[in-house]
Design a protein around this ligand. Structure first.
Ligand SMILES: [Zn+2]
Length: 335
């Protein structure tokens, strides 16, 4: 169970939230923004524990009482978490999570409502939430989580106290992964370069044993020689989830950056994938700097449009066709 005191790298946010509890000035609506996997949900749950705990210690949960345990198990009646159903958070979910709240918490002092990926709220859902936030209910705390605050309705945003979550430094990330006692030091070191300061990404990588990274590397090789039909087949294979495709795209960007970096500096110690320096060295012969930069830009663009897109396969097809050198759907000529 992670409490405020266990959270690494978000010192200012934790100080602000604890300070608000101490001063009895807890805002009724918060928005936690920042990259995926950086600890927004973990912090929201620690906040819920600190508010609901029966014997709090220095404005943090005790981790032992019945309420702290029930938050851990997801069974506390005053805590509700909603996530997108399909691709969006729907009106009915907002109605469900707010029903009965006009009478305040049924148990204890606080009721906590967490909305994950709040940027995916439909306009109806966002407007319904806005009406609730316009007339704050005593004892009710909403926490919205998002990696794209710019996509949240500005009127909703303006009613929330915003906490921005930073990516962790590599040292902080290593410390956190070591503290979990679940992974080998050599694996922690390897993913600490790849994870971009995100504990969630690091854990996903560790749990999949760097499989995704290796898949991404082999995918770049396959795309370079694939026919159109093969590209479309690969796109189908890689479009089962948005998160998966985003992660593969991130790994491909790091891979291309490494080849580009080695091409320009010849220094293997600068590489993110430094366990693959021989392969990278060999590839600098094949890929021009211009080609690598174009592909990195293509991937960056695809990532932002993918975040807002509902059709993963279509996004994957268009991305993979471009990476394979087929300019566009209308002009299937390898560039
Ligand atoms: Zn407790």
């Amino acid at each position: 169970m992670i409490l405020f005191k266990d959270i690494i790298g978000q010192g200012e946010t934790i100080r602000t939230l604890r300070g608000a509890i101490e001063a009895q000035r807890v805002a009724h609506a918060h928005i936690f923004s920042g990259p995926k996997g950086v600890g927004k949900m973990t912090t929201a749950l620690a906040f819920a524990r600190a508010l609901l705990c029966l014997s709090p210690i220095e404005f943090d949960g005790c981790g032992k009482c019945n309420n702290c345990q029930r938050v851990e198990l997801g069974s506390h009646p005053e805590l509700m978490i909603i996530k997108p159903k399909g691709t969006s958070v729907k009106l009915l979910q907002i109605r469900d999570m707010s029903s009965g709240l006009q009478f305040g918490p049924k148990e204890g002092t606080w009721a906590v409502r967490i909305i994950d990926d709040a940027d995916t709220m439909t306009p109806e859902a966002a407007n319904s939430l806005l009406r609730i936030l316009e007339e704050p209910l005593p004892g009710v705390v909403f926490i919205l989580l998002t990696s794209r605050p710019q996509a949240v309705l500005p009127t909703v945003l303006s009613r929330c106290q915003q906490q921005h979550f930073q990516s962790l430094s590599r040292q902080q990330l290593i410390k956190l992964l070591e503290a979990s006692n679940n992974y080998l030091p050599k694996d922690i070191l390897k993913v600490s370069f790849l994870a971009g300061g995100s504990p969630g990404v690091a854990q996903a990588l560790l749990e999949k044993d760097l499989l995704i990274r290796d898949q991404a590397i082999s995918l770049t090789g396959s795309l370079a020689v694939a026919s159109i039909n093969e590209v479309l087949f690969l796109a189908e294979e890689y479009s089962s989830t948005k998160e998966g495709l985003l992660l593969i795209s991130d790994m491909m960007i790091l891979w291309f950056r490494d080849i580009l970096l080695y091409n320009e500096t010849g220094n293997a110690s600068l590489l993110v994938n430094n366990d693959k320096s021989e392969e990278i060295k060999a590839l600098t012969e094949f890929y021009s700097a211009g080609w690598l930069m174009t592909n990195i830009e293509t991937l960056e663009r695809a990532k932002s449009s993918l975040a807002a897109s509902a059709n993963i396969q279509l996004a994957a097809e268009s991305l993979f066709l471009m990476l394979a050198g087929f300019d566009s759907v209308n002009n299937w000529q390898r560039g």
